[in-house]
Design a binder for this molecule. Structure first.
Ligand code: ADP
Ligand code: MN
Length: 266
């Protein structure tokens, strides 16, 4: 048996230069006791064996790299752990995604941060499960405890995460065609999320899509809502606009937002 460790002082992999200093400061913070307890429980249950440094530090959550050992082969398997921050005000902003969701009838208890963050992690876990089960390339949700979510890692065996679509570098002599193919691929994914998963991503952009080897992976689905949410179509239009804006900047001859809306919802 390998010794379990939590190593949170290790080097950050994130090289994102446009992250501000405030973000960096929070990343250096040590995880609180409750979070460390949950990570230890996950280690005991074999979900992960080691937790490493932050892949990403955001306003609402940090994502850590982790590995687990395959007892049969002795191989290490990469994992990702998303830890929602409990001491935050940004969650006020998120109420609009919860209000009107029949899956969350209780709504937000704004006086209780921990409860709110737990609800948020739960939402991501359930949405991710639906999306992953529908065969859409995405992380596989593995384990959820309070505000800590373990999922499969999208990256290589050495622990390097796939780049966000925003940072993807395409090469070859048919780059234009590759972008256009990715655009079509994404429209298919958006339709599938709507038609098969009965969800609207609601924060879809080049920041929440990872790219590897011609393939797109959907991440960050905590705010996704069902079509019966009173603002779901407004969120869908926003997603469509973000996607269109991005691919237009890449020189793709995009369809009109209206055509895409009809394609996705018809
Ligand atoms: P946030 O709420 O901070 O935007 P995300 O879910 O978008 O959280 O994750 C932040 C970043 O962490 C992503 O842009 C991606 O680079 C990385 N990341 C998230 N999940 C995974 C995963 N399963 N595998 C690899 N990298 C991931
Ligand atoms: Mn994100």
């Amino acid at each position: 048996k390998h010794a379990a460790k939590i190593r949170l002082d290790s080097v950050k992999q994130d090289t994102d230069k446009d992250k501000d200093k405030a973000d960096r400061a929070t990343s250096e913070q040590v995880l609180d006791q409750r979070t460390r307890m949950i990570l230890l429980q996950m280690i005991n249950r074999g979900v992960v064996s080691e937790v490493h440094g932050a892949i990403s530090t955001g306003k609402e959550a940090n994502v850590y790299g982790a590995v687990t050992y395959d007892d049969k082969t002795g191989d290490t398997i990469q994992r990702a752990i998303k830890v929602y921050k409990t001491a935050i005000l940004v969650f006020k902003d998120r109420e609009r995604y919860i209000t009107g969701e029949h899956r969350f009838k209780g709504g937000f208890d704004k006086g209780n941060n921990r409860k709110m963050v737990k609800l948020w992690a739960e939402k991501e876990f359930r949405n991710l499960r639906r999306i992953h089960n529908a065969g859409i390339p995405s992380p596989e949700p593995l384990s959820l405890k309070l505000h800590v979510l373990a999922m499969s890692f999208l990256g290589d065996k050495k622990g390097w995460a796939y780049p966000r679509l925003r940072d993807a570098v395409l090469d070859g002599d048919d780059v234009e065609k590759q972008w256009s193919d990715l655009y079509i691929q994404l429209l298919g994914i958006m339709r599938r999320i709507y038609q098969v998963c009965r969800l609207v991503h609601a924060d879809l952009s080049e920041y929440n899509i990872l790219y590897h080897d011609g393939k797109l992976y959907i991440i960050d689905v905590s705010q996704s809502v069902e079509p019966d949410h009173p603002r779901s179509l407004e969120f869908l239009r926003m997603d469509i606009k973000n996607v269109g804006d991005f691919f237009r900047r890449k020189g793709v001859d995009t369809l009109t937002d209206r055509m895409i809306f009809n394609f996705i919802t018809a």
